[in-house]
Write a protein that binds this ligand. Structure first.
Ligand code: MN
Length: 245
């Protein structure tokens, strides 16, 4: 049996073929798996569980059917859907895990996370992250009318785009928006385990590195912009693959 990991689907109304690809994946391969882990940015944007988005309804239906068929579904919030709450999780019958979380995969303790916590060179982003993960900020934000929240999200995305094109102009895009090597090493040391799985950077790869004299693995999931990306882990190892639409 296999445990599946996906992240960075960025589902929204603009790419219905990717929402459909996700549905097919859930109804086929995921049905035969031990568990499905979604490591954040399942949705392009999430302004509250009361937002009646079509993608949200579709995902809740597909994931609750998967869970009913006997496959547990776990979710870690990303930087796009950090406001996804318990109410939606209940509807989708998925379990929200903290970021990061340690899971045991066929005998291998593994740290799983969205991945933005490793991108510590982007100081402006980390400040935004700290502010918007504050429960008081979230309570205040969620108390606003849906329309105001949607407008804020659009603004935040435009600001993020401007921030990124500024980095590009300075030639800093590649380094600033990727993980910080020192933070990766520190994370391996602190948790004392040999494997991290994360998404967020949209740079699918398997990295091997030496930390404190031990070989460690950092597996990065890919995004679902033009195709899917899935990591399959079983007792013999793992495989990171693209999914054709
Ligand atoms: Mn992300």
């Amino acid at each position: 049996m296999t445990t599946l990991f996906i992240s960075d689907l960025h589902l929204d109304a603009e790419r219905p073929q990717i929402t459909e690809l996700f549905g097919q994946f859930v109804r086929s391969e995921a049905r035969r798996s031990d568990a499905l882990y979604i490591l954040g940015d399942l949705f392009e944007a999430w302004v509250g569980d009361d937002d009646p988005s079509e993608a949200g309804e579709y995902v809740a239906r597909e994931l609750s059917a998967l869970q009913t068929s006997g496959v547990p579904v776990y979710f870690i919030r990303g930087n796009r859907d950090f406001l996804l709450g318990q109410e939606f999780a209940n509807r989708a019958r998925m379990t929200i895990l903290p970021d990061p979380a340690v899971v045991m995969l066929y005998g291998t303790p593994t740290l799983i996370m969205h991945g933005d916590l490793l991108c510590t060179d982007d100081v402006a982003y980390q400040q935004f992250r700290a502010q918007t993960r504050d429960p008081r900020w979230q309570a205040q934000f969620l108390s606003q009318p849906l329309q105001a929240r949607t407008a804020f999200a659009q603004q935040a995305r435009a600001a993020s785009k401007a921030h990124q094109s500024g980095l590009k102009q300075q030639g800093m895009m590649e380094s600033i928006t990727d993980v910080s090597p020192a933070t990766v090493e520190g994370t391996f040391s602190r948790y004392g385990l040999d494997r991290i799985i994360h998404g967020h950077t949209h740079r699918p790869a398997v990295h091997e590195l030496d930390v404190d004299g031990r070989t460690r693995e950092r597996i990065v999931l890919g995004d679902w912009y033009d195709q899917g990306s899935v990591l399959r882990v079983d007792a013999d190892g793992f495989e990171l693959r693209a999914l054709a639409p």
